[in-house]
Design a protein around this ligand. Structure first.
Ligand code: ADP
Ligand code: ASP
Ligand code: MG
Length: 414
């Protein structure tokens, strides 16, 4: 007997029929003698629908109220799943994030989990019930306001709960059969990975492979929770996210990812003196806006330009901050560009192979794609490009590094 945490994404619970089929899968796991905790997302499209309702009212809806609004989606689906299980004569009980004990910080719309007081879930399991937990939500430890964990946050609910309950495995059920060498919607011949290590998965997730939220991977790595990403609609084995092992380095590039949720801000004519970066980026950080890449140009006559990228969804908030800050810097002004995207290649094999970045630049150049910004880590190279070239870039990079038929890329020289 094992303790299994299963998370079902939005498309898996998009209709009542699909909720019934999820219930049957959950029941099967229970019948096999396991304790089962289910974490559930909002029904497909629901979170987007709620966001657009609020945006019909104002471009920048109040974030506390957004969390009240968005958390309702998971509340609906968790109750519907518990109703279905009970109608099938399986003891079940649904829990909101607060009831499941998710205590977070107070950063609305992208809160971080501080601790999990999962006693009510443990009690339910002890009574032989299936616990159905609303994903993506918690409660601020200070104000007791409802918080949400950022888009894709139900993944993090699941892995965090698996860690808190010391579950044997965390299964992430979704609409693809696992983690692929690229988004299978863009590269139809992308190959499913049987295994991927936490480090690679973390880089892939942070570079846009939305199949797992990056924080869920961080959590899995920190607490040693094996994550099994697999399909809701088949019984096939999916992808295991596991600790790094030496033979993984034989593959140069494991994945090509893209992220269209990107925007660039350029501050022009900034006085090039100590303290300027602090004066610019502290208010951005205080507004809970994550900055990804930063480039500062060579200065001329004591003035320079600084460009940086933020999530496109944070751009309206960033613009408000910039309107306040830019005049205080003595800068000439700022521009924004929301028509950009980031494409990345990720692989632990890069550690031991120089020349990978050069091959990436060459591949993009051969397609006539201009690179606007570059950043690298030990196991990742990212380029910012115009977003209209995203699909072309991903396909070209996949062909160059992984192979047109999705071969392993083993032994390739960079
Ligand atoms: P869920 O609703 O189950 O949480 P998501 O839409 O958040 O599902 O994530 C699954 C989607 O992630 C897939 O449908 C796929 O289009 C996309 N995706 C992007 N990159 C990858 C990748 N490398 N491997 C698998 N899926 C990916
Ligand atoms: N419903 C939320 C979203 O769409 C959380 C999730 O599905 O993981 O982002
Ligand atoms: Mg998701």
């Amino acid at each position: 007997m094992a303790l299994v945490v299963q998370k079902y994404g939005g498309t898996s619970v998009g209709t009542v029929e699909k909720i019934k089929s999820v219930a049957r899968r959950v029941a099967k796991t229970k019948d096999a003698g396991n304790d089962v905790v289910v974490v559930i997302s909002a029904m497909a499209g629901e979170t987007d629908r709620l966001i657009s309702l609020a945006k019909e009212i104002t471009e920048m809806p109040d974030e506390r109220e957004m969390d009240m609004l968005l958390s309702s989606g998971e509340r609906v689906s968790s109750a519907l799943l518990a109703i279905t299980l009970k109608a099938m004569d399986y003891p079940a009980r649904s829990f909101t994030g607060r009831q499941a004990g998710f205590i977070t910080d107070g950063v609305h719309t992208k809160a971080r989990i501080k601790k999990i007081e999962a006693q009510q879930v443990r009690d339910a399991l002890a009574r032989g019930e299936i616990a159905v937990v609303a994903g993506f939500q918690g409660v601020d430890e200070l104000s007791h306001d409802v918080t949400t964990l950022g888009r894709g946050g139900s993944d993090t609910t699941a892995v965090a709960l698996a860690a808190a309950l010391q579950a044997d495995v965390c299964e992430i059920y979704t609409d693809v059969e696992g983690v692929y060498t690229a988004d299978p919607r863009i590269v139809p011949h992308a190959r499913k990975l049987d295994r991927v290590c936490f480090e690679e998965m973390m880089e892939m997730a942070s570079a846009g492979a939305k199949v797992l939220q990056v924080r869920s991977v961080e959590m899995g790595m920190k607490y040693g929770i094996p994550i099994h990403v697999r399909s809701t609609f088949t019984d096939k084995e999916g992808t295991m996210v596991v600790p790094f092992s030496e033979e993984m380095e034989a593959v140069l590039v494991s994945g090509v990812t893209h992220d269209k949720n990107q925007a660039k801000i350029t501050v022009m004519g900034v006085p090039d003196r100590p303290g300027i970066a602090k004066a610019l980026f502290t208010p951005i950080a205080d507004a809970a806006i994550n900055v990804d890449m930063i480039i500062q140009n060579v200065s001329q006559d004591g003035l320079t330009d600084i460009s940086f990228t933020v999530a496109r969804t944070d751009l309206p908030k960033a613009i408000e901050v910039m309107k306040e800050v830019v005049p205080t810097l003595g800068a000439k002004g700022f521009t924004t560009n929301a028509d950009i995207a980031k494409v990345s290649i990720v692989g632990v094999g890069m550690r031991s192979h120089p020349g990978v970045a050069a091959k990436m630049f060459e591949t993009l150049a051969n397609e006539g794609i201009n690179i606007l910004m570059i950043s690298t880590s030990e196991i990742k190279v990212s380029c910012v490009i115009e977003d209209k070239y995203t699909e072309l870039a991903v396909r070209a990079l996949h062909d160059a590094f992984i192979g047109e038929r999705g071969s392993s890329g083993k032994g390739e020289e960079g």
